[in-house]
Design a protein around this ligand. Structure first.
Ligand code: NAD
Length: 264
């Protein structure tokens, strides 16, 4: 029978292991019939990503360091060579020096500020430049954000400043690319235990706080982010662009800790 993503070709960037948010998105898209390619950062991750890709029927697994323009060019050249075009791209990539994901934002060093902005913000713009050159109307681009873009969250620091800029870049690219029928969106996910998240100070406390205080009184899963991504990447989301969709068990609407929420 016909599936939502039949005939759609998507590039998934940011799988490090089976806990990665990118992997939850990949599974949801593959489950709906999409054909996938994957990019990984550096040789060490290649042997992690290849078997995951194979498990969803993908053999297009390519290296890409998004901090390197030549590496980005090579990735999109290879996608063009293999497929001739592209229908969607997922950017689930961020980086900041762990030493600065604790303590005070005001102490951020210039080098880490620039590197965080380059890898966590500019890289999505650089990806969209190249990906949308291969897309026609109906194309869809997606990145990952966090509530620390909007409000001060403990230890998120320079990543919060970067996510604010990333969300603004989603809105500007939605306008630029909307004329070509291409959509650009972000998901603002609640905390999920991944490799990147483990670098954030007191992350277990943040997860517990969200579990106890979000309207759904729990955290979200990788699969829930995957299914919301499927909505934005497929025709189900055809009227949605420039959006930052909160997939956070409702945490972002809460202004004050509820009386029934226990102290932690
Ligand atoms: P993860 O560690 O599984 O994924 C991060 C990915 O970024 C890795 O695959 C890593 O290889 C890649 N990466 C970093 N620098 C790169 C570079 N220079 N070139 C290419 N790739 C590079 O962790 P995750 O939590 O799945 O993170 C994915 C995205 O989701 C990030 O943008 C993160 O900020 C965002 N996010 C995470 C959470 C959470 O709680 N886990 C919540 C909201 C948003």
């Amino acid at each position: 029978s016909m599936q939502l993503m039949d005939g759609r070709r998507g590039l998934i960037m940011g799988v490090a292991n089976d806990k990665s948010i990118a992997w939850g998105i990949a599974r949801a898209c593959a489950g709906a019939g999409a054909r996938l390619a994957f990019s990984y950062q550096g040789e060490a991750l290649k042997k992690r990503v290849e078997p995951l890709a194979a498990s969803v029927g993908s053999d297009l697994v390519l290296p890409c360091d998004v901090g390197d323009a030549d590496s980005l060019d090579a990735l999109f050249d290879a996608v063009k060579e293999a497929w001739g075009g592209l229908d969607f791209v997922v950017h689930a990539i961020g980086f900041s020096d762990k030493a600065e994901l604790r303590g005070r934002y005001v102490d951020t060093t210039p080098d880490n500020f620039r590197r965080t902005m380059d890898i966590s913000v500019y890289s999505f713009t650089a990806v969209c430049q190249r990906a949308t050159a291969l897309m026609g109307p109906g194309g869809s681009c997606l990145t990952m954000s966090y509530y620390g873009a909007e409000k001060v969250m403990p230890h998120y620091n320079v990543m919060g400043v970067a996510k604010a800029a990333l969300e603004a870049s989603v809105r500007y690219m939605a306008e630029d690319l909307g004329k070509d029928g291409i959509r650009v969106n972000a998901i603002s996910a609640g905390p999920i235990k991944t490799l990147a998240a483990s670098g954030i100070g007191d992350f277990r406390y943040i997860m517990k706080w969200n579990e106890l205080n979000s309207p759904l009184r729990r955290n979200v899963t990788q699969d829930e982010v995957g299914r919301s991504a499927l909505y934005l990447l497929s025709d189900l989301g055809s009227g949605v662009t420039g959006e930052v969709l909160h997939v956070d068990a409702g945490y972002h609407v809460v202004g004050m800790k509820a009386v029934d929420a226990p102290d932690i």
